[in-house]
Design a protein around this ligand. Structure first.
Ligand code: AMP
Ligand code: FE
Ligand code: FE
Ligand code: ZN
Length: 277
């Protein structure tokens, strides 16, 4: 079984529609895939219809923006009740603040580059989870940079003077809220140093105690030489090790199925969850 539990559609910063995403998963030979857009479940229904057509098993998920001791962290949430009021409230607040924050970044960029808010909106569907990727795409479109990655390295990096931090709830709280909504959580790419500052290793035990289910070990943003130590810490905390692509369509070089999760771990993930697959 080929299982890839971390992918994005155009509902956040991927470039495929949810149906195209699922069809691409089937073409890539996946048996099971998750849709995990940033801070939204808007793609679930379309992805589920496409999955039924393609004969691929769909896991409903979402990648939640969170914070741990001031560091930005991403918590993947799976198979939770999408109508849980506490969870909906968290997501609503994150999504609303994303618009203000993106506008602030554009204002800062506008001082030095001919970018306007309209340029950014033109890169995003109306209900999308807006983020730096859409600002990056606007910078590419108006010719300030050559591609999305360059925008992140040069202008949108947390160390850049144009960067503005995003509001995000505490990871511990997100883990707890998702658990109470009947779902399971996985800490995404914990060693992704290129994205910003790293969370201390003491966080694994703290998050495990809060109810974290697993950690992405095999992910291209976790440097290869750190993965053995990472796997050891994860196991010592009683957490499950996941492997995923974090596919974003044309938005990133990540290819579907480039890392996968074992069938055992997948089955443990689905066991007792609010949503069935
Ligand atoms: P934001 O949530 O608005 O801060 O934007 C972060 C998102 O940008 C991440 O979830 C990634 O999907 C994407 N991202 C981060 N670094 C890069 C990069 N170098 N190239 C393309 N996309 C990136
Ligand atoms: Fe993303
Ligand atoms: Fe992420
Ligand atoms: Zn992701």
């Amino acid at each position: 079984m080929r299982i890839d539990l971390h992918t994005h559609s155009r509902c956040s910063d991927g470039t495929d529609s949810p149906a195209e995403l699922v069809q691409a998963g089937a073409r890539a030979g996946l048996d099971v895939m998750a849709i995990t857009d940033h801070d939204t479940i808007a793609g679930w229904a379309e992805a589920a219809r496409a999955a039924a057509c393609c004969g691929i098993t769909l896991v409903r998920g979402m990648e939640i923006s969170a914070r741990y001791e001031g560091h930005s962290v991403h918590i993947l949430a799976y198979l939770f009740d999408p109508e849980n009021p506490a969870l909906c409230q968290h997501i609503k607040q994150i999504r609303a603040s994303r618009w203000d924050r993106a506008q602030q970044i554009v204002q800062r960029l506008h001082a030095d580059f001919p970018i306007t808010w309209d340029d950014v909106v033109a890169q995003a569907d109306p209900e999308v989870t807006i983020g730096r990727p859409h600002i990056a795409d606007a910078l590419v479109k108006i010719g300030v940079v050559g591609e999305r990655g360059q925008a992140f390295d040069e202008l949108l990096h947390p160390s850049s003077r144009y960067y503005v931090r995003q509001y995000a709830p505490e990871a511990i709280e997100v883990i707890d809220v998702v658990k109470k909504a009947g779902g399971k959580t996985v800490w995404a790419h914990p060693k992704a140093v290129k994205r910003g500052t790293l969370v201390p290793d003491s966080a694994f035990a703290v998050m495990a105690a809060a109810g974290l289910f697993g950690v992405e070990v095999d992910h291209r943003d976790n440097p290869q030489e750190k993965r053995a130590d990472l796997a050891a810490i994860v196991a010592s905390c009683g957490l499950r090790a996941f492997g995923s692509s974090d596919y974003h369509g044309m938005g990133k070089p990540n290819r579907l199925g480039e890392h996968t999760t074992s069938q055992d771990v997948f089955e443990a993930l689905t066991e007792g969850a609010y949503m069935e697959v």
